[in-house]
Structures are given as structure tokens and as C-alpha cells.
Design a protein around this ligand. Structure first.
Ligand code: FES
Length: 66
């Protein structure tokens, strides 16, 4: 919500699955890593920058899930 990453919501389930997956893998160390690892998701609303901002904030702040 802070990054306005949730628009129509059509892509959100896939985006969240990818975000949880990349957190579980623990390979994302930078914003560019997050961008690359999230690159398979399409967003018809074009909210890529906002989604990247939101996922990067969470992933880079919390690192790998236990
Ligand atoms: S938020 Fe609408 S398709 Fe991504």
C-alpha cells in the first residue's frame, strides 16, 4: 500500500508467490537481483516500479525467510 503496488490486483497472486519464493531462496541481495528474479511476472497495469519498490523493501530488509 505504501508503494501503490496494488492496482487491479490481477497479477498480485503471482507477484506474491515470486516474492515469497525469492525470499525463501535467499539469493536476492540487491534491488537489481529482485528485479531480475521477479522478471517472469507480467503486470497489465504497468506497476512494475511500484511492485519492485515494495518487494525490494521487504526482501532487502528481512533477507531470507527462516
Ligand atoms: S496490478 Fe493490475 S495487472 Fe498488475
Amino acid at each position: 500500500m505504501q508503494h501503490d503496488a496494488f492496482q487491479c490486483g490481477y497479477c498480485t497472486p503471482g507477484q506474491l508467490c515470486s516474492a515469497i519464493g525469492l525470499m525463501g531462496e535467499g539469493r536476492a541481495r540487491t534491488r537489481e537481483d529482485v528485479r531480475e528474479l521477479m522478471s517472469g511476472n507480467l503486470c497489465r497495469c504497468g506497476a512494475y516500479v511500484q511492485i519492485l519498490d515494495a518487494v525490494s523493501e521487504v526482501v532487502l530488509a528481512n533477507g531470507k525467510l527462516a
